[in-house]
Design a protein around this ligand. Structure first.
Ligand SMILES: CC(C)(COP(=O)(O)OP(=O)(O)OC[C@H]1O[C@@H](n2cnc3c(N)ncnc32)[C@H](O)[C@@H]1OP(=O)(O)O)[C@@H](O)C(=O)NCCC(=O)NCCS
Length: 245
């Protein structure tokens, strides 16, 4: 991993990190957490959930600290009333994160709200019911028109692109998922097609696929013309400690 921590106005850097580690690494990373974060971590009764939380926060703090040139423990994090996390310090740095199946994805950009989402690709029995509930009518028609063998990948492409967009605007579950449309045919570059039928508003956005492993699909969304996207290979939490030091 080289050439990271060099964000410009025209770049996005995406970190993909394993969300498992030995106890000493978990302890090393969680040493920089705030008292509130440690307290929140202790509320997770299942070891794997507590470990994922501590690792995730520790990795996030180390990376942000390195981008800002401050100690990881001194990074102040906050979140919006809708739950979008952010840096609570004067900075141009924006980020968003997603985790699924022991993989963490964190995207960083300057002056541009971004959203990321990743999901482990798996067969979902109620896939069509979910699509009927959350997808726009064009998306649903497109999904139904595909051969059954292509539908699972297409569903996750559509889902992760939609999630990345609602996370970029910070709305999460508060946004109506059928109010905007994304494309997801395998032969087209990812893009937002319309927001409330407005195609021009959608054209101000960029979407990219971020697939952290061969089991994960994912997407990145931000409101700007296409930037240069740099994605790390999947790195371990201990590699993150080395890379920021
Ligand atoms: C919470 C939500 C933002 C993402 O949830 P998710 O996909 O299950 O989980 P992810 O791992 O991708 O994202 C969770 C992270 O998003 C961030 N997040 C939370 N609220 C957010 C918001 N309003 N905006 C942006 N990011 C947010 C947080 O960092 C959170 O992780 P943390 O609590 O460990 O810090 C929300 O959109 C959600 O619950 N979505 C699932 C609902 C659904 O059914 N979608 C239909 C798909 S078509």
């Amino acid at each position: 991993v080289s050439g990271f921590f060099q964000l410009t106005d025209t770049a996005v850097e995406v970190w993909t990190v394993e969300l498992t580690a030995s106890d000493p690494i978990i302890q090393a990373l969680s040493r920089v957490l705030s008292a509130e974060e440690i307290e929140k971590g202790q509320r997770y009764r299942f070891d794997h959930l507590r470990h994922s939380y501590l690792l995730g926060r520790g990795i996030l703090r180390h990376l942000i600290g390195r981008y800002l040139g401050v100690a990881a423990a001194d990074v102040r994090l906050g979140s919006s009333d809708r739950g979008k996390p952010g840096v609570d310090m004067p900075t141009r740095l924006k980020f968003n994160l997603s985790h699924s199946g022991e993989v963490l994805v964190i995207g960083f950009a300057l002056d541009c709200e971004i959203g990321v989402d990743t999901e482990v690709m798996r067969p979902i029995a109620e896939m069509m019911a979910i699509a009927e509930r959350f997808f726009g009518s064009e998306e649903l028609e497109e999904l139904k028109s595909l051969a059954p063998a292509q539908q699972c990948v297409a569903f996750f492409r559509c889902w992760t692109r939609k999630e990345a967009y609602v996370k970029a605007i910070g709305q999460g579950v508060f946004e109506s998922f059928d109010r905007f449309c994304v494309n997801f045919r395998a032969d087209e570059p990812p893009r937002l097609i319309s927001i409330g039928n407005d195609k021009e508003a959608a054209a101000a956005w960029s979407l990219h696929d971020i697939d952290p492993t061969d089991r994960h699909l994912g997407a990145l969304a931000y409101m700007d013309r296409r930037r240069t996207i740099k994605v790390t290979p999947l790195v371990s939490p201990s590699a993150v400690i080395d890379l920021v030091s």
